[in-house]
Design a protein around this ligand. Sequence first.
Ligand SMILES: C[S@@+](CC[C@H](N)C(=O)[O-])C[C@H]1O[C@@H](n2cnc3c(N)ncnc32)[C@H](O)[C@@H]1O
Length: 236
Amino acid sequence: MSEKKDVLTRGRNNQELRIIIANLPRHCRTILDAPCGYGRISNLLASKNYQLVGIDINKYFIRIAQQDATQRRNSVRYLVGNILTKQINKKFDAVLNIFTSIGYLETEEKNELLIKKLCNYVKPGGRLIIETMNPIAMFRRYEERSNKVTNDGKVFSFRRYYDYKTATMTTRVRETRSKKLKFSGAHIIRLYFPHELVEICNKYGCEIDQILDQRGHDGDIMDSLRMWLIFTKRKQ
Ligand SMILES: C[S@@+](CC[C@H](N)C(=O)[O-])C[C@H]1O[C@@H](n2cnc3c(N)ncnc32)[C@H](O)[C@@H]1O
C-alpha cells in the first residue's frame, strides 16, 4: 500500500470514521472490519468503545494493527485469515468493507462469495457499510496513463487497461526513485457499479438504504470518485 501512504492521512481516517459512525445502526456495539488492513479504522472505532473484530490475510498488517491497539490501550480482536475460509462464529451489528476491499479475487465467483460472507456476518437489522471506487466517476475522468509523486520523493507511473467483458481494470504500476526502478507490478480489480452491489447484497439479505458520495453526503455521486453504500440486513 506504499503508493497510498500519502492518501490515507489522519484527516481522511477521521473523515471516514465520522461517516461510519453516522451510518451505524442504533445501539451498535459489535463491528467486524473485513478486511481491516493495518487497523487504521478498527483502532479508531475501538477508541470510541465499539467492540471490534478485525480480519486480514496479511500477517504484517495485523501485527501493526495489534501494536497500535496496544499503544492506544484498546482491546480489538485481530485475526489473520482469509475472509473466504476463516470461520468467525458470530454475527455483528455492523460489518465494514472499506477502501476498495472487494473485487480483488481471481474469479467472479470468489468476489461474489466474499460479498456473500460479508452479508452473512450482519445481524438482522444490522448494517453493512461498503466504501469503494465509483466506476461511473472514474470513467468520466478516465486516464490511460498517469503519474504521481509522493511526499517522500517516490515516483509512480500508472498504465490502465479496462476489459469491458469482465469489468476488470488492470493497472500496471512502476515505482522509481532517482530514476532507478524500485518496483514494478500490476493490480487487477473487478469494478462494481453501484447497481451491481445493490443486486448482489440484496440476494444475500442486505437491502440498500443509501448511496453516499466520498464525503458521506446523500445526493448525486456522478463526480465522486469514491462511494459509500449503506445496507440494512433484512429481519425476515
Ligand atoms: C485496500 S486494503 C484495505 C484495508 C482496510 N479496509 C483499510 O481501509 O485500510 C485491502 C486489504 O485486503 C486484504 N485482503 C485481501 N484479500 C483478502 C482475503 N481473502 N481475506 C482477508 N484479507 C484480504 C489485504 O491484505 C489488504 O490489507
